[in-house]
Design a protein around this ligand. Structure first.
Ligand SMILES: NC(=O)c1ccc[n+]([C@@H]2O[C@H](COP(=O)([O-])OP(=O)(O)OC[C@H]3O[C@@H](n4cnc5c(N)ncnc54)[C@H](O)[C@@H]3O)[C@@H](O)[C@H]2O)c1
Length: 330
């Protein structure tokens, strides 16, 4: 079935705004729903925006009763690992309860297709690398646990009510579209690339690398960076795949990992600034290495990352912060 009208929940955020931009460019009519708790009005790329909270079930049910979407893309979540340890209640509420609201409203209004942002945090500490989808799931943070619980909920809703779902486990989302006014602007920012770039551009005073005694090639953590536009492409392909199969769960990554110091080195080379990070202790729950085996997505979605080269990502992020040193204006 050719989809034409989609609802993007959390579309004012980092990944959701890039997806909405991509979907619009691919001819889809995009409605975004976001409560703007973390998102940005100037990141909106859609034909219609609804400022609303998914936790408001009655409101959402009414919206889905009055509107028919071909698919729903769910990006809205609380997604800071450390914060989830400090305040799990927020995570169980904003992730699990809100996803439950969405699924209930979908069930009652005959919406049967959802594409869900999951995460490699569902795996916990790797027992083998690269991580494939069958790797045991032992999430170590409330954040990862809520995502895994939602995956289970999606599976049960598929079996019982026929709601089809794509559950996409991203590794580290990175990169942006500075030429189209889109960037990464989380507050607080916990992701390495924007933090290294901000430090190089003197937009922040401190850069800490957490742990230099990991069993990796230079002692720092290894992560797999996947460009947000590659993620966007995989989302549309996953949505089409749901015409053939009722449920899919795929890793989205490149299969190549970079150490924290390799990221610092890339920013140093490209910006020409000699960056000297500080070293702090390891953060609890940070595995030494997280790298995806994304063969399933590559084969079954006919998807291949085309924009995830680290140096290109770094160039874009430097451009974004040069154009918008404080991030989005609102
Ligand atoms: N960024 C990454 O590296 C990464 C990696 C793995 C998984 N993910 C997942 O991808 C998704 C998007 O991540 P992101 O980095 O774009 O996060 P983000 O915080 O930038 O975006 C989330 C958006 O959802 C909105 N939102 C949150 N709760 C809401 C609610 N109850 N009702 C309506 N809107 C709500 C926020 O305002 C924000 O605009 C999340 O589900 C996250 O868990 C992200």
């Amino acid at each position: 079935m050719k989809i034409s009208r989609v609802l993007v929940i959390g579309g004012a955020g980092y990944v959701g705004s890039h997806f909405s931009f991509f979907a619009g460019n691919n001819g889809l009519k995009v409605t975004i729903m976001d409560n703007l708790s973390k998102g940005h009005r100037s990141a909106l790329r859609c034909s219609e925006f609804i400022e609303a909270d998914l936790l408001n079930y009655d409101n959402f049910l009414k919206h889905l009763s009055d509107n028919k979407y071909d698919a729903i893309f769910h990006f809205a979540a609380s997604c800071l690992v450390g914060e989830s340890v400090q305040d799990p209640a927020q995570y169980y509420k904003n992730n699990i309860l809100a996803a439950f609201n969405m699924l209930e409203a979908m069930r009652l209004t005959g919406h049967d297709k959802v594409i869900f942002s999951s995460t490699c945090a569902v795996y916990g500490y790797p027992q083998r690398l690269p991580l494939d989808e069958n790797h045991p799931k032992n999430p170590i943070s409330p954040y990862g646990r809520t995502k895994l619980a939602i995956e289970w909920m999606l599976e049960d809703y598929n079996v019982a009510y026929g709601i089809r779902s794509a559950q996409l486990r991203y590794f580290n989302a990175a990169g942006c579209e500075p030429d189209f006014g889109l960037g990464e602007d989380h507050k607080p920012e916990t992701h390495l690339i924007p933090n290294v770039v901000r430090f190089a551009l003197k937009l922040s005073d401190e850069l800490t690398i957490f742990g230099d005694d990991y069993p990796t090639r230079d002692g720092t953590c290894v992560r797999d960076y996947i460009h947000v536009m590659d993620l966007a492409d995989a989302h549309l392909k996953a949505c089409s795949k749901l015409d053939e199969v009722p449920m899919i769960r795929y890793n989205l990554g490149t299969g190549r990992g970079y150490t924290n110091l390799e990221v610092v080195d890339s920013v140093r080379r490209i910006s020409g600034v000699d960056i000297k990070p500080k070293y702090g202790p390891r953060r609890p729950g940070d595995p030494a290495e997280l790298v995806a085996d994304a063969a399933l997505a590559h084969e079954n979605l006919d998807w291949k990352p085309t924009r995830s080269d680290l140096d290109s990502i770094v160039k874009e992020v430097i451009k974004w912060f040069s154009l918008c040193p404080q991030g989005y204006p609102n």
